[in-house]
Design a protein around this ligand. Structure first.
Ligand SMILES: [Fe+2]
Length: 229
């Protein structure tokens, strides 16, 4: 179930079988075709180009409508990543160890195949303090501006807290999991001969529905770009 209260409390939500089987099949066809002639494991589509991809655009609008309805937060899509992962793409570094992102985003994963423990489910903390993490994150930026962490260009700040409890989000194909990147998270490792196909929607968000001038500015500039392409 997606509820505003739970999202504010836990920093994430999951919805089993969000997509209809028909839309999921179309999406998987599109996904497979996109990877037909490439060795890459990630294909990125910027929001302004999304209108060129009918199925992807349709799925995005379903997701956007649901999130706006249920969570009532300001949302602006940055991009969509189509990502396939295998056992051999795993490393002992980010994103495979607990962290929060240095830049706070709302992210949503749509599973394209059934994700069980062996497929490396997205893993998220269920008892962390999002507000405390926001202070940690802001302090990192203050220090970073002083040049202290200048060399570290990784996307996350490592969270090493034995008190934290993690949940592996195992769900069938067509399900979604959305989260505030202030919530500690990591990608689990994938067993041999298993794989994980996901669509990853990356959003800007203020995590409330209050008016924000900088958010509005970002929104107008993005839409403007869209009409110029
Ligand atoms: Fe992350």
């Amino acid at each position: 179930m997606i509820s505003k209260e739970n999202f504010e409390k836990f920093g994430f939500f999951q919805k089993e079988k969000f997509l209809s089987q028909d839309l999921l099949n179309k999406l998987n066809n599109f996904f497979d075709k996109s990877f037909e002639n490439t060795d890459q494991n990630v294909i990125k589509h910027e929001y302004i180009h999304l209108q060129n991809f009918k199925v992807l655009n349709r799925v995005f609008h379903e997701i956007r409508k649901t999130i706006l309805n249920k969570l009532k937060i300001n949302l602006l899509l940055r991009n969509v990543w189509m990502q396939r992962s295998y056992n051999d793409t795993i490393k002992k570094d980010l994103p495979y160890i607990p962290h929060i992102d240095k830049k706070r985003y709302f992210k949503l994963f749509l599973y394209l195949n059934d994700i069980k423990l062996e497929n490396g489910p997205f893993t998220v903390s269920i008892n962390s303090d999002i507000k405390k993490n926001e202070i940690l994150r802001k302090n990192w930026w203050i220090k970073n501006q002083e040049g202290a962490n200048h060399h570290d260009d990784r996307h996350g700040l490592l969270i090493n807290d034995n008190e934290l409890v993690y949940q592996k989000i195992c769900l069938p194909a067509g399900s979604i999991v959305g989260f505030d990147t202030n919530c500690p998270h990591y990608a689990s490792s994938i067993d041999k001969n298993c794989y994980r196909n996901v669509l990853r929607f990356n959003f800007y968000s203020t995590f409330n529905n209050k008016f924000s001038f900088s958010f509005l500015k970002k929104k107008i500039l993005t839409e403007f770009k869209k009409f110029r392409t």
